[in-house]
Design a protein around this ligand. Structure first.
Ligand SMILES: [Zn+2]
Length: 239
């Protein structure tokens, strides 16, 4: 009894100590990332169809807008992407008879997840969110505009054909790419990994992104990004 009591007391004391240590560590000033002329923020697919009420709503997708607007002010250079599909696009479940959204099908470039119709060229759903406040954005790159080919990544379509973004960024001298937006486990993750593949440093800003998380896709995406050398940070890490 005494022994147990002592043990509990000792453990409690250790708990207090370790909690105090953790608080000190968290309070310590970590050096923040300095944003410079070679850095660019890519705002990925913050479009009406991916927001609550949209046809392919990402849970809490609207929560990225505030952090992204704040982040954009810290970057000298910002670009945005827009998912931009034809009607009857190959990535739409409705295009394939007998298929439902979130099922898969085999296309010529591999397995394609099938989605509800979304981001049809020129539609209200494809428009950038009204609450985005980034008038200085220098480029909007559209992707997924070929009827037979999807494109999660802003760098390469699903058949790996380049979009031209790597060339654009290299010609302008950018070396580090920061990605935020929708959805973490699809367009953000693929864009960040392809940025690495194209020779850029890549950073994903987690609190400025939200995931769909279809059948474990979010954890799988973080693992793949880690293996590709993508850094994972929160907005607070940026000076
Ligand atoms: Zn799409």
């Amino acid at each position: 009894m005494t022994e147990t009591g002592f043990d509990l007391t000792r453990r409690a004391a250790l708990g207090v100590l370790s909690a105090a240590f953790a608080a000190t560590a968290a309070g310590a000033e970590e050096p923040k990332m300095q944003i410079g002329e070679n850095d660019i923020l890519i705002v990925v697919d913050v479009q009406n169809d991916f927001l609550p009420g949209g046809s392919l709503a990402v849970p809490k997708g609207d929560e990225v807008i505030g952090p992204i607007n704040a982040l954009a002010k810290k970057f000298a250079h910002v670009i945005m992407t827009q998912d931009w599909h034809t009607p009857r696009h190959a990535s739409f479940a409705s295009t394939h008879s007998g298929k439902k959204p979130f099922e898969t099908t085999a296309l010529r470039y591999g397995t394609q997840v099938l989605w509800p119709d979304h981001c049809v060229q020129g539609s209200r759903g494809a428009a950038l969110a009204d609450a985005l406040d980034i008038p200085k954005a220098e480029l909007i790159i559209r992707k997924g505009y070929r009827v037979d080919t999807d494109s999660y990544s802003a760098f390469n379509e699903a058949d790996r054909r380049p979009t031209g973004l790597a060339g654009y960024l290299k010609e302008r001298g950018f070396r580090r790419v920061f990605c935020a937006g929708l959805a973490t486990d699809f367009c953000v993750a693929w864009t960040a990994q392809d940025a690495r593949g194209a020779g850029f440093e890549a950073v994903v800003i987690e609190d400025a992104s939200r995931g769909i998380d279809n059948q474990g896709s979010l954890a799988a995406a973080w693992e793949a990004m880690g293996k590709a050398g993508v850094q994972r940070i929160n907005s607070a890490a940026i000076a």
